[in-house]
Design a protein around this ligand. Structure first.
Ligand code: NAG
Ligand code: NAG
Length: 344
């Protein structure tokens, strides 16, 4: 992702945006492909919802599909956050950002430009499955997913109902989250409830792969932000379709109580933010040791993006630049990337 275009309101930042009808449009990535974006409900009739036994597990996913520019008949702009959940997203993600210059009431103003009319030509791209952070919605990773899909990957982002803060289904019904909670404990960062939540995520993820037709011999990369990154590693342990994984700055819940006690036996990358170290986060150390001990020779790397914050690995990073907040304390929450360094 490079710089960001603010159409129609260049120069207006902060308070001036409040209530403005002007749209904030993410720049179309400079990638070989345009991207088609569709959302889909998936119902797992074979599984009772682990959070609510009165119904089958149902999920929402977004699919970001590469489209060769020649095959795209028309592009259009779609809301970044779907209109039906803007109020909830404002309530959950607004207050922590207001002290950092984030204007109230703008979540509904962002738009993503995608290909919305493609000449039919079916082809297969390698699949990348992406899991959101704890209690987060898949919608705050759509621009990240679009950028990745533009490079030639079918990128799937997913919600995990009852954990993700709000999930809206095509019939208009909503499931609210917050059922998996966590207090950081430096002495013992792993946590049984988080490990259990991760088991739910693993089952969700395998079901998503089944539903989109990923066969036993297909190859998938699993990744995710924060808890989603740990879940990507956990998925690798049980689902052999996942040939490699990337954890974007996530504590490895399950390194002590869950399936990650064995480490992983396929290539895995840990990508850290500025302050995330093996000393601070013992689950990374545990995961690393388990992998090198139980699966010697496995490709395993840890890198740090030196100026990255935890939330840099989400769409809030480009938004910081769109709103001109880079030089404010907003950067303490989400800052733009400068360089890769060995770490942690
Ligand atoms: C469980 O799901 C039903 C709908 O099937 C809903 O009416 C009920 O409120 C849910 N219960 C909880 C505790 O979320
Ligand atoms: C998680 O999401 C719920 C909405 O379902 C919200 O009420 C709660 O504040 C969120 N928790 C955190 C820690 O963000």
């Amino acid at each position: 992702m490079r710089s960001i275009v603010i159409t129609a309101i260049t120069g207006l930042v902060g308070q001036a945006l409040v209530g403005a009808a002007a749209k904030l449009v993410f720049e179309v990535p400079d990638t070989p492909y345009l991207v088609k974006w569709t959302s889909q409900e998936l119902i797992d009739h074979g599984r009772v919802d682990p959070f609510n036994s009165s119904h089958a597990r149902r999920l929402m996913i977004s699919r970001f599909t590469p489209v060769p520019p020649r095959e795209c008949k028309r592009t259009c702009r779609r809301p970044w956050i779907e209109p039906g959940i803007v109020t909830e997203i404002e309530e959950i993600f607004g207050p922590p950002l207001y002290p950092h210059g984030w204007p109230e009431g703008i979540y509904g103003d962002f738009e993503v430009e995608v290909c919305c009319d493609q000449k039919t030509r079916k082809r297969d791209f390698p699949v990348v499955l992406f899991g959101p952070g704890l209690n987060a919605t898949r919608h705050i990773y759509s621009v990240l997913a679009q950028n990745l899909a533009g490079m030639g990957y079918e990128v799937i982002t997913m919600d995990h109902p009852y954990e993700s803060n709000v999930v809206r289904f095509p019939d208009g019904s909503k499931i609210y989250g917050g059922r998996i909670t966590y207090e950081w404990d430096e002495e013992d960062p792993d946590d049984p409830l988080m490990a259990w939540g991760q088991e739910v995520r693993v089952a969700d993820a395998s079901f998503v792969l089944d539903s989109i037709g990923v066969g036993p011999h297909d190859k998938v990369v699993a990744t995710g932000h924060s808890t989603g990154g740990a879940a990507a590693a956990a998925l690798m342990v049980s689902d052999t379709r996942v040939v490699a994984g990337i954890n974007l700055d996530g504590t490895m819940y399950g390194s002590k109580y869950g399936r990650l006690t064995s480490g992983v036996d396929r290539p895995f990358l840990l990508l850290a933010s500025k302050t995330h170290t093996f000393t601070l986060d013992r689950t990374w150390e545990d995961f690393w040791q388990a992998t090198v001990t139980n699966h010697p020779g496995t490709w395993l790397k840890a890198l740090r993006i030196s100026e990255a914050q935890h939330t840099t690995y989400s769409d809030f990073a480009p938004i910081g630049d769109m709103l001109g907040l880079r030089r404010t304390s907003f950067c303490e929450i989400t800052c733009w990337v400068t360089s890769l360094a060995p770490g942690p």
